[in-house]
Structure formats: structure tokens, C-alpha cells
Design a protein. Structure first.
Length: 87
């Protein structure tokens, strides 16, 4: 079975075998890609330092933000407005 292959003008140029079109979906190349480059020691160290910096920032923000998440007034006394004094 042949399928007509339409050119840009819309008229069929030549027939394309249907089997060729069906097999093109499962075509695999026999050419292997080149091996990946191994990271150098400085690249590994840089990635580790970047990861530690991110983790330290998250832990620091959690430590600094915990007091604001605690319920109640941490100072132990309440503030009153000056307008209510002496009246």
C-alpha cells in the first residue's frame, strides 16, 4: 500500500510505501552517543559547597523565624496607648 506524499503545493509528488512510514516510529540509531564527561574534583567540591550554602540558608531562616511563630507575647508585658493613661 502506498500513501501519496503531498508537496508544498498540495499536489502529490511520489508515493511513499506505507510500511516505511509505519517503521519510522520504531527506528533506532545504531550510533552510540559519546560518553559523558566525568566532573572534576573542583566541580564536585563546588556543587557540594553550593548545596551546603542552600541548606544553611534554609536552616538559618528557620532558626530566625521560629520566635515569630510562637504564640503569645514574648516580652512579658503589654503595651498600652498613651491616650488611655490618666483618663
Amino acid at each position: 500500500m502506498f500513501l501519496p506524499h503531498a508537496s508544498q503545493g498540495g499536489t502529490p509528488r511520489e508515493a511513499v510505501p506505507f510500511a516505511f512510514v509505519a517503521e519510522s516510529d520504531r527506528f533506532r540509531s545504531n550510533v552510540t552517543p559519546p560518553p559523558r564527561e566525568r566532573p572534576t574534583a573542583s566541580q564536585i567540591l563546588g556543587r557540594a559547597l553550593l548545596g551546603l550554602t542552600v541548606v544553611a540558608g534554609l536552616v538559618g531562616s528557620l532558626v530566625l523565624g521560629m520566635p515569630s511563630l510562637e504564640p503569645g507575647d514574648a516580652s512579658g508585658h503589654r503595651h498600652q496607648s498613651e491616650a488611655s493613661d490618666g483618663r
